[in-house]
Ligand binder design. Structure first.
Ligand code: SAM
Ligand code: SF4
Length: 446
């Protein structure tokens, strides 16, 4: 009798945006269906997939140091696959620069990972940067839900907006919306597996469109309304949105759909119309502020979040002060801010007026100080409110759990007897810069 060889182990490491987290989960599910088992934490895996991000230079360079770290003491390496946007942007160059890389696969071709690994195991450098017409989603195994009560669901991919600083239209390709029926089926599988909150994802998620089960044209608001009818699903979120695609229907949904959480991530990038035009953002400061005003009229307690870039080519001190002004006018609950990063192949990379690093550092610091004050103020203003949490993970202390408020705050609660996945009514009792504390009001609602 011959013993069965132990199953091969794998580890998928995702960098960057939530869409990469989603892709990483789908790759893990696919490798599981192929008989691979996840490597124990800290252990050496037979296969490592680095699911990379190309949005800023630092993120892109990180992949090379990560590849270097995979070398074992005896000089050997696991099978290494580089996936994601660096793979798409740099292609075969990765395998030249890092010869230990066996597979290079772009974000639209990762459903072919098993066959690429098989080719690599025969000694070939397997490279697939195709953006095939057939959707990768149809070729992936069905979703089964997971160990967590929350899940991402990619509904839209790619981007046709071509902001002049951004690589996404080149690495993720043209905008596509996944079909309604596929999304409902995937959501139902997640809910059946215990998921209670779904975050709909897309580079321009609010540009999603499709036809509902009766063949009627709908937008993201229609999809949200349909999902809200699913029993067992308690909460719906979506990210990331473009200001120009905030339709009347979507704004109204914030006031009408109870399961749609009062949180909107709406990047503006800069507060000067001159810079917004150079960025090809196709919205103005005024049109952005009007959208915020209308969303707040529909849902007065909505928390607003955003993305900012400082030091775009040609940004003067006056332009930067306009960015601080739009922050003051909006009052963000949280936000992400970045120094402009020059990305090869994008129009902004060759623009005149590239800004010195020291100036960018100074502006980023001033912007982050203001955004930090606003986040603290937002958290402070929720102290005393009663609200409902979805408990997502264990805290540092015994009996402590961490959940999310409707406004996406991380909430620490001492909740003996409660479990991850429970929903609990709490009163917020304290506020910090990045999280709040709360006490339970009633027994958990299972
Ligand atoms: N589609 C979304 C939008 O337009 O708001 C954003 C998607 S992008 C993956 C996430 C964020 O990365 C952007 O909002 C922008 O702030 C930032 N980003 C993109 N390209 C950048 C660059 N070249 N330098 C610095 N930040 C950048
Ligand atoms: Fe990039 Fe602009 Fe598209 Fe967002 S809208 S993904 S920033 S090109």
């Amino acid at each position: 009798m011959t013993a069965t060889p132990p199953a091969k182990t794998f580890h998928v490491k995702s960098f960057g945006c939530q869409m990469n987290v989603y892709d990483g989960e789908r790759m893990s599910e696919m490798l599981g269906a192929e008989g691979y088992v996840p490597a124990a934490e800290g252990a050496d895996a037979d296969l490592v997939v680095l699911n990379t991000c190309h949005i800023r230079e630092k993120a892109a360079e990180k992949v090379y140091s990560d590849i270097g770290r995979l070398k074992r003491e005896d000089g050997s390496t696991p099978t290494i696959a580089v996936a994601g946007c660096v793979a798409q942007a740099e292609g075969a160059e990765i395998a030249r620069r890092a010869p230990s890389v066996d597979v290079v696969v772009g974000p639209q071709a990762y459903h072919r990972l098993p066959e690429l690994i098989a080719r690599a195991e025969k000694g070939e450098k397997a490279i697939d940067l195709d953006m095939p017409l057939e959707s990768k989603f149809g070729a992936l195994p069905k979703r089964a839900g997971g160990q967590r009560p929350t899940a991402f669901l990619t509904v839209q991919e790619g981007c046709d907006k071509f902001c002049t600083y951004c690589v996404v239209p080149y690495t993720r390709g043209a905008e596509i919306s996944r079909p309604f029926v596929d999304l409902i089926a995937e959501a139902r599988a997640l809910i059946a597996g215990g998921v209670r909150e779904i975050t709909l994802l897309g580079q321009n998620v609010n540009a999603w469109d499709g036809e509902d089960g009766k063949g009627r044209a709908i937008g993201l608001d229609g999809l949200i309304r349909e999902l809200a009818r699913e029993d067992g699903l308690e909460r719906i979120r979506y990210t990331t949105s473009h200001p120009n695609d905030m339709t009347d229907g979507l704004i109204a949904a914030h006031g009408e759909v109870e399961k749609l959480m009062p949180f909107l991530h709406l990047p503006v990038q800069a507060g000067s119309d001159r810079i917004l035009a150079a960025m090809n953002r196709s919205h103005s400061v005024d049109s952005y502020l009007k959208v915020i005003e209308r969303v707040r009229a529909a849902r007065p307690d909505i928390a607003i979040s955003g993305d900012f870039i400082v030091g775009f080519p040609g940004e003067s001190e006056e332009d930067f002060l306009a960015t601080l002004a739009i922050v003051r006018a909006t009052h963000y609950a949280m936000a992400y801010s970045f120094k402009y990063s020059r990305r090869p192949g994008t129009p902004a990379a060759t623009m005149n007026g590239q800004i010195e690093e020291a100036v960018m550092n100074d502006r980023l610091q001033r912007l982050q100080a203001l955004l930090g004050e606003q986040q603290q103020a937002f958290n402070q203003a929720t102290v005393g409110r009663t609200t409902r949490l979805l408990l997502e993970r264990k805290g540092k202390h015994d009996g402590q759990l961490i959940g999310k408020s409707p406004w996406l705050q991380s909430v620490h609660v001492a909740a003996p007897g409660l479990a991850i996945g429970d929903m609990v009514d709490v009163r917020i009792t304290s506020a910090g810069p990045n999280s709040v504390g709360a006490e339970p009001l009633v027994e958990a609602v299972a």
